[in-house]
Design a protein around this ligand. Structure first.
Ligand SMILES: Cc1cc2nc3c(=O)[nH]c(=O)nc-3n(C[C@H](O)[C@H](O)[C@H](O)COP(=O)(O)O)c2cc1C
Length: 355
């Protein structure tokens, strides 16, 4: 017995040590370089969705015009790297970076593309720190005007060869940039990154069944919340959705989700509320509003015909306030019986109007 106790203690001690080290290095670092501000905007959106420390990589020499004279300087910097990629002297100097890589399990690199390659300044950072990123989860978000990113991905793998790359890289360019928010939402979810709590709980009531759902803290989500409580007769369509045309239009941020999940609550065009009760592939565009937390039983409850559905804010709304405060993203407050959102020191009504 004594022997077992000692053995158990050792195991417990070992487990505790493993847990502690997991906590110590479970953070996410976003490292970005931005010459004209696009990557900076990506990072601003990304950090609304995930908790991360952020480090900006800056060239030591300020005020250079990389695009001047037909992009001469940008090209020259890349040529120097291409000629001798293993030589530290080939890489343009950057300001000292104060990060301790051992604190992080995930590093997300956000970089512009230059001549189909990784911008030279970011290459310097990865040349210096790449070896310390071995075994860590590596996410890559690339901003270009239009060029595809395969050569840049190869640069990243050359500089961080031992990285454990996330399942997808995110490519943002001039034609999809207007969908930044949806692109980031989907990428964060596809890669299994932990989402910051930025949702608001509601209940969807069908007959005598209540389904918990979350609404996104977006202009569309907030506008939808301002309509609650809402009891509507939703029409059946295609054996996979119930829809209802609202009396007013909501803000849109349309994208093509590809796969619709059972329980997705979407806006079709700008005024059609759609509640899906099947998972299937779709080629249509929607704006995401939210989703049912556990859609099992939803299809059965909604049935095969038109159905009355009630949407109401969940009685647990006060719990959201503490979550929002602790995550530091947004804060919901009650004032005179109304709910307001506070974000970055500004107060908004639920339909997104700034006070
Ligand atoms: C030196 C240089 C070279 C570039 N080369 C390309 C290119 O080959 N293909 C492309 O689509 N965009 C190219 N761009 C455009 C940038 O990739 C794009 O504007 C990106 O969004 C910039 O991000 P930033 O605003 O964070 O710096 C280049 C930009 C610069 C400054």
């Amino acid at each position: 017995m004594k022997h077992i106790n000692t053995h158990m203690k050792r195991i417990l001690f070992f487990l505790a040590a493993v847990c502690l080290s997991a906590v110590a290095n479970s953070k996410t670092l976003v490292a970005y370089y931005s010459y004209t501000g696009n990557c900076e905007a990506i990072v601003a959106e990304l950090t609304k969705h995930i908790s991360a420390d952020v480090v900006e990589i800056e060239p030591a020499e300020k005020g250079l015009k990389y695009e001047a004279n037909g992009y001469a300087l940008g090209t020259q910097l890349l040529n120097a790297i291409n000629d001798a990629p293993n030589d530290a002297a080939s890489y343009p100097a950057i300001d000292p970076v104060n990060v301790s890589m051992s604190d992080y399990s995930t590093i997300i690199i956000v970089t512009p593309l230059w001549w189909s390659q990784m911008a030279a300044i970011m290459q310097t950072f990865l040349f210096n720190y790449g070896p310390q990123m071995a075994g860590k989860n590596i996410g890559l978000i690339v901003s270009s005007a239009s060029s595809s990113i395969s050569r840049l991905v190869a640069d990243c793998k050359r500089l961080v060869p031992q990285g454990n790359y996330l399942s997808e890289n995110l490519w943002i360019n001039n034609s999809n940039r207007h969908n930044l928010q949806s692109l980031i939402t989907d990428w964060v979810s596809t890669c299994g990154l932990e989402e910051k709590e930025t949702t608001i709980n509601i209940n969807i009531i069908v007959g005598n069944q209540t389904f918990a759902a979350t609404i996104q803290d977006t202009p569309t989500g907030r506008a939808f919340l301002s309509l609650l409580p809402l009891t509507i007769n939703m029409s059946e369509l295609n054996g996979n959705e119930k829809y209802y045309y609202l009396n007013s239009s909501l803000p849109t941020d349309t994208y093509k989700p590809g796969t619709i999940q059972s329980g997705d609550l979407m806006l079709y065009q700008n005024d059609c509320l759609v509640l899906f009760y099947k998972t299937f592939n779709s080629s249509y565009s929607y704006t995401r509003i939210g989703s049912v937390t556990d859609p099992s039983g939803l299809a059965l409850a909604l049935g095969t015909g038109n159905v009355t559905v009630r949407f109401e804010t969940a009685s647990t709304l006060t719990e959201d306030i503490s979550t929002a405060i602790s995550s530091g993203v947004a804060e919901k407050i009650f004032r005179n019986g109304q709910v307001y959102i506070i974000r970055n020191g500004k107060t908004y009504t639920l339909n997104g109007t700034e006070l």
